[in-house]
Design a protein around this ligand. Sequence first.
Ligand SMILES: Cc1cc2nc3c(=O)[nH]c(=O)nc-3n(C[C@H](O)[C@H](O)[C@H](O)COP(=O)(O)OP(=O)(O)OC[C@H]3O[C@@H](n4cnc5c(N)ncnc54)[C@H](O)[C@@H]3O)c2cc1C
Length: 366
Amino acid sequence: MLKTEYHKDLTNMNTFRMKVKARAFVEYDSVADLVEIDLEGLPRPVLHIGGGSNLLFTDDFKGTVLHSRIQFIEILAGNLQNSEEDGSLENVLDQVRNRGEQIEVSVGAGVVFDDFCKWAAEQGLWGVENLSGIPGEVGASAVQNIGAYGVEVKDVIRTVYCYDLQEEEFVHFDVEDCGYGYRDSVFKHPDYRGRFIVTHVVFRLSCDGGPKLGYGHLEQAVNLSAAGGKITPLLVRNTVLKIRSEKLPDVASVGSAGSFFKNPVVESSVYERVVKVAASEFPGIDVPHYDLEGGMVKIPAAWLIERCGWKGRRMGGAAVWSKQPLVLVNFTGDAFPEEIIGLEKRIIASVEDKFGITLSPEVEHI
Ligand SMILES: Cc1cc2nc3c(=O)[nH]c(=O)nc-3n(C[C@H](O)[C@H](O)[C@H](O)COP(=O)(O)OP(=O)(O)OC[C@H]3O[C@@H](n4cnc5c(N)ncnc54)[C@H](O)[C@@H]3O)c2cc1C
């Protein structure tokens, strides 16, 4: 089914809860509906959104917003299903478990990503449990290359299926062709941005993969939750959800778009300058950093922001989250885009002033 609305209120369709409207809004249920959309007759530009959890609407949107409701989770069992009379989910999973094989699962772009994580964990399938609790939908997960706790979604993607708006045809990208990098993909590059609409994604999950606990405090927390018992995808998922809830705002009650800034990657000389500033202003405190290839260094933006005194600070309706300074929030619930942008500018200026590093936003400004 196709649903077109004009002057659509987007407050509930962006997790920052900016009170903005779209001139036109089209929601579709299937690929057949998607190709039926007459974009020629609709206001431009066109923006496809998912859950709106990585977006900051800076004003009313003058064009057309598209949203997918293609929602299915389907096991691609191949010859597994054919080899048995009973092709039920349980039977297929049993066969995969017995053979210790990987399993391919096709998921519609409009499925809430965490619903997919929950489904996989409940089936005992490994692969996306560390990504539990990340807001947004499956289509955007493949655009953003979402990541958390040492796993990126590219690690489990096999193929991304899209509709090419320019050539008006269906195409697919195998994972090697998606140009995945840190929160990056070909779909975000200037030549491709907005051209490909993700319709569904095929993931590779496994029955005997085992947990990936090498990141942060996850291993400790999981072992504590398991307390001598078996570590399952569901246990890892629940532990991740608990850790996240202690650190990040719940988008159901506090508007935000998660990490607002990217972690800067700088030359080693810039890092040395930060170390000097830290030594004189915060003696005894080390500068957290990760050495990268080519002598580059990644410094956590959260640390820089906190050292500039922003953690927990409020400016009008906007604030820096008190438990994670990388997250800006719509503190009052009715903050204007200008207030979020005002806070963003002040933070960028003060980090620049103190450390000589210019932060850039991770959140897409629309
Ligand atoms: C509290 C909080 C915590 C977060 N934690 C994490 C985290 O741990 N790790 C992480 O990686 N991210 C995190 N994020 C960011 C966000 O959840 C991800 O970027 C997510 O993938 C955005 O999904 P969405 O469906 O909301 O996409 P949107 O924000 O609606 O869109 C994001 C981009 O994808 C494009 N897009 C959306 N759907 C489609 C489609 N079907 N086809 C083509 N393009 C499309 C949009 O045009 C836009 O460019 C967090 C956000 C919040 C609010």
